[in-house]
Design a protein around this ligand. Structure first.
Ligand code: SF4
Ligand code: SF4
Length: 135
């Protein structure tokens, strides 16, 4: 069942898990939007980085874990250098990916990659991608 996004859902188990894995204080974010404004991958995201943080604050587990954003994040750390509150958004994105992968849900199934693609993609790119996208 879809969790209600509400101020009543603050302090959810989901939020606790994200804080534990990322070692970040989610409530430190005051929604200035500087992370989103500087993110080089934002054109490919369906939810901006600052909106992701807000959704985590409000218990929007389903929206966050089903978003493209957490997988599109390139871990470039631009947001980390821009955040006036010292929130490491890249670590939070990694925590969100880990929550999904630890449920044994791969974002990319290695067996679904066509042989032709496998023969063309540089091996190092393939290994890095599968480290990020599969558990
Ligand atoms: S680490 Fe991710 S969210 Fe942050 S600026 Fe880079 S791509 Fe965007
Ligand atoms: S830059 Fe920091 S404080 Fe501002 S919205 Fe992003 S995470 Fe929140």
């Amino acid at each position: 069942m879809r969790a209600e996004i509400s101020i009543k859902n603050t302090k959810s188990k989901f939020l606790d898990k994200v804080e534990e894995l990322s070692e970040q204080n989610i409530y430190a974010c005051y929604q200035c939007g500087k992370c989103s404004a500087g993110c080089p991958s934002i054109s490919e995201m369906d939810i901006s980085p600052s909106e992701i943080i807000r959704l985590v604050q409000l218990g929007g587990e389903e929206e966050v874990l089903n978003s493209k954003t957490i997988w599109v994040c390139a871990s470039c750390f631009t947001c980390v250098t821009r955040c006036p509150k010292g929130v490491d958004v890249a670590k939070i994105m990694e925590a969100l990916r880990q929550i999904t992968l630890r449920k044994n849900v791969d974002y990319v199934n290695p067996l679904s990659i066509p042989r032709e693609t496998l023969s063309q993609v540089p091996q190092i790119a393939l290994v890095s991608a599968l480290r990020k996208f599969s558990g």
